[in-house]
Design a protein around this ligand. Structure first.
Ligand code: ADP
Ligand code: MG
Length: 316
């Protein structure tokens, strides 16, 4: 079993009357890309801030690399790279000088620092922008600069708090690929997001958070096995009566059949040939069938079944 890198136990954080973290426990092991997945306000950033001792908490304990984490644990902090949710760079410094500044907090040897800064620039693909000031960068490039500042000193533990929010697809892919590469090079990663697709794509283990609670934890496969949904079928069909919908609902393995806005949605639990049986019923009644989808469960389905609500709004 790999070494434990982060161990959080019974963590409680209150903001006045609001309990932002309610007895949170997490254990993150060396080599993991650990995902903290939860909707806005679920407590992800608060967890990160407590973990880094940036925020005082009401109860619980936090260990990093097997040692208690305190505001003066400089030996631990040196080994951590942090990429904050809100971009934190100096507007007065160029791209190069920003990375050089943050790297310089850890690496004092000039030649080594130059090498590390150059590597970080290459890593995030900012070679053509080294003389730019942050204000001249697009949102995606600014995010990449933020990441370069956090990783240039080659930390063992890298924490990224929603690094892809409001980022164009090209930068997003670059960022996700970069995180996987950092992990391959040996870093342990903590990645927070409310985008389930990203968490599924890159995380080796995931904790799902809601309202300061950890509601589930495991690999994406394990999480999906926790729920009854195994397949969601959607069929565009006009003029479906309630009797026909009920006939679909009573098919084997079907636990939900809804008809809204011309789309029949059928949720199944186990079984094979569910799609064929659903289409069979519709055909029997000579209904005109439009587009048909069959989807495997997503982490959103996991969140929905456990908490009773969607992970995020559709337009997000
Ligand atoms: P997330 O990062 O998952 O979006 P946060 O950790 O930022 O969630 O917030 C968790 C909860 O704590 C939310 O309800 C939020 O409104 C509240 N909160 C966060 N920071 C503060 C603060 N400084 N003062 C009061 N409430 C806060
Ligand atoms: Mg946050």
């Amino acid at each position: 079993m790999a070494n434990t890198v982060v161990k959080i136990d019974g963590l409680v954080k209150r903001y006045k009357d609001l309990i932002a973290l309610d007895h949170l426990a997490l254990e993150i092991r060396e080599g993991e890309v650990f995902g903290l997945l939860g909707p806005n306000g679920s407590g992800k950033t608060t967890t990160i801030n407590c973990l880094l001792s940036l925020l005082a908490y009401d109860n619980g304990s936090i260990e990093i690399f097997g040692k208690p984490m305190t505001p003066t644990s400089y030996d631990i902090k040196r080994e951590i790279g942090i990429i904050m949710q809100n971009v934190a760079v100096f507007d007065e410094l160029t791209v190069y000088d920003n990375i050089d500044y943050f790297c310089g907090l850890y690496i004092t040897d000039k030649a080594q620092r130059k090498q590390y800064v150059d590597e970080a620039i290459k890593f995030v693909g900012l070679e053509d922008f080294t003389k730019f000031y942050p204000k001249k960068l697009s949102g995606g490039l600014l995010r990449r600069l933020n990441i370069a500042c956090g990783i240039a000193h080659k930390p063992k533990l890298i924490i990224l708090d929603e690094p892809t929010v409001a980022v164009d697809p090209q930068s997003r892919n670059k960022i996700l690929e970069g995180i996987e590469e950092l992990n391959r090079q040996g870093a342990t990663i903590i990645y927070t997001s409310h985008y389930m697709e990203e968490v599924e794509q890159i995380c080796t283990r995931i904790a799902i958070m809601d309202k300061g609670h950890k509601v589930a934890e495991g690999t994406k496969e394990e999480l999906k096995k926790m729920i009854k949904n195994t397949e969601t079928i959607s069929v565009e069909v006009r003029g479906l009566t309630d009797e026909i919908r009920e006939q679909v609902a009573s098919l084997p393995h079907v636990y939900l059949a809804e008809y809204t806005d011309g789309i029949l949605k059928v949720c199944c639990s186990g079984g094979k040939h569910n799609l064929i049986r659903v289409l069979g019923v519709l055909q029997e009644h000579e209904l005109h069938i439009g587009r048909v989808y069959s989807e495997l469960p997503t982490l959103n389905d996991v969140f929905l079944e456990i908490t009773g609500k969607a992970l995020r709004d559709k337009e997000d």
